[in-house]
Write a protein that binds this ligand. Structure first.
Ligand SMILES: Nc1ncnc2c1ncn2[C@@H]1O[C@H](COP(=O)(O)OP(=O)(O)OP(=O)(O)O)[C@@H](O)[C@H]1O
Ligand SMILES: [Mg+2]
Length: 477
């Protein structure tokens, strides 16, 4: 798309309006010029016709024209236009002048008639007057015709005389319009330079002083955006600082245990140091894995991944199966509950797998040995996914905060990094789903639920009504 400029846009509109005005003005000028040119020359032509009519005489009971040939020639002489006349009587027909002029019958009251006609290939203005001659018992018509050269010359002169000052007026108006547009745009130009001159990390609001109302709206929107950017930047900086801080402690432990292993005096203390080293490396690995998962769930990174329609039941079954060995290892009764038919949602399988894994990991980790953990999928009222356990549960006062990054309950064991539920929340948001925690169904333990948006209802079909349920449990014997 071509780059659009406010200045050229406005100027083009002003010029277009001025040209339209000029055109209207030219039409009006032409009409006025034609009116006055005709008025002046018609009067002259009428005078000529009347003077010719005065030369009519009655002799021997007949109408005659009483003008010497020379006078007629003088009458006809014109340096520019061709002038012709004819005099006719009812009884004798043409008595003088040129038969080529079309005869126009006037009214016998001496008034004149005017018209324009083409004679011998030239346009002519014709004037006729008819006189009754009672003495001769006859009617005489005197007609004079003249080509239009003088008239059009006069019209052109009037037009030129009017056009020059009007053109000057138009040019002056355009110059003023250009200056006015430039002046009007000055605050915008100044605003652009002020924004350009700012440092890339300067998030202070752009001053709205001295700006016109329209530009103030723009600036207030820019300031809103800057405020949001600043909040995001501060959160990002805090996150990076927290992440670096969290990574430092397992790395310091790695160093400590490595030194101990090197300096171990006997095989027993060496084994102990290596155990510590293993645990510290595992924590560092878990932290970097969780940080990566969080980065993948960030809206910017995930925006490129398209959501596809997938079956929540088969996805949950697959992810659940991967966790059976861990559940058996901890003596946990791990169950799966789902409708007998697919539950379709718009989602990203990789991200949703990550979400389920974090919830199952927490349940297996925090509910303690010999507890009961159930992964379930529900179809109604809207698709949902839940992981429930009968462990210690989450105190009501902590149910919001545990979804924050790096937040852990005080009594938690040392090997988590506090990112799992933040990842769950981030992935849920991406799927326009809501993640929350409540006590388990019998008031014990914790139930983490992720509710997806309800699918659009298809005509004639109840979506998601449960017909049969699939249930399975993996329990150590
Ligand atoms: N099912 C649960 N029962 C009891 N407490 C839980 C449960 N799930 C989470 N929590 C508490 O919430 C805290 C935050 O959980 P989250 O998964 O975000 O972090 P984490 O498990 O500590 O670390 P990681 O990032 O490795 O998962 C946990 O430390 C734990 O105290
Ligand atoms: Mg966790």
């Amino acid at each position: 798309m071509a780059e659009s400029s406010l200045r050229s846009g406005l100027t083009i509109r002003v010029i277009a309006a001025a040209l339209a005005l000029l055109l209207l003005d030219a039409i009006a000028c032409y009409r006025i010029a034609a009116h006055f040119a005709n008025l002046v020359y018609d009067r002259w032509l009428i005078d000529s016709t009347r003077s010719l009519a005065q030369a009519l005489r009655i002799a021997d009971g007949e109408v005659r024209i009483d003008l010497p040939e020379v006078a007629l020639q003088i009458f006809q002489f014109d340096a520019v236009d061709k002038t012709d006349f004819r005099v006719d009587t009812v009884r004798r027909g043409l008595i003088a002048g040129d038969a080529a002029l079309p005869l126009m019958q006037g009214r016998p009251d001496g008034s004149v008639r005017l018209r324009t006609a083409t004679v011998g290939g030239h346009k002519m203005r014709l004037v006729a007057t008819t006189l009754a001659e009672p003495r001769a018992g006859d009617l005489a018509t005197v007609e004079v015709g003249e080509t239009l050269i003088k008239r059009s010359t006069l019209m052109t002169e009037i037009l030129l005389a009017m056009a020059a000052p009007q053109l000057a007026l138009l040019i002056t108006a355009l110059v003023f319009a250009w200056l006015a547009v430039s002046h009007g745009l000055k605050p915008i130009t100044a605003l652009a330079s002020a924004i350009e001159a700012r440092g890339h990390d300067n998030m202070t609001p752009v001053p709205e002083l001295n700006l016109p109302k329209e530009a103030r709206v723009l600036v207030s929107k820019i300031n809103d955006l800057l405020a949001r950017l600043e909040r995001a930047m501060v959160a990002q900086q805090r996150f990076v600082a927290d992440a670096a801080h969290q990574l430092r402690s397992p790395l310091a432990a790695v160093l400590l245990y490595a030194e101990r292993a090197e300096r171990a005096a006997d095989a027993d203390s060496e084994r102990q140091a290596l155990g510590g080293l293993h645990a510290a490396v595992a924590r560092a690995a878990r932290l970097s894995q969780q940080l990566l998962a969080l980065a993948r769930a960030e809206p910017d990174a995930a925006a490129e991944r398209a959501l596809t329609t997938l079956d929540l039941v088969s996805l949950a079954r697959g992810v659940g199966e991967e966790w059976i060995p861990r559940a058996l290892e901890r003596n946990i009764d791990f169950g799966f509950l789902a409708p007998g038919e697919p539950v379709m949602v718009a989602g990203n399988a990789g991200l949703l797998g990550e979400l389920m894994s974090n919830l199952i990991d927490n349940a297996l980790r925090y509910s303690g040995p010999r507890s009961r953990v159930t992964l379930s999928v529900e179809a109604a009222p809207a698709p949902a996914l839940a992981v429930e356990d009968d462990g210690p549960g989450i105190p009501a006062s902590e149910r919001e905060r545990i979804f924050e990054r790096f937040y852990r309950l005080a009594e938690s064991s040392a090997d988590g990094c506090g990112l799992g539920l933040a990842i769950v929340k981030e992935i849920a948001t991406l799927h326009r789903a809501v993640a929350h925690v409540s006590p388990g169904s019998d008031g014990r333990g914790a139930r983490f639920t992720v509710e997806f948006p309800a699918p659009a209802r298809e005509a004639g079909r109840e979506v998601g009504r449960e017909t049969a349920r699939e249930a399975s449990r993996a329990t150590a014997a």
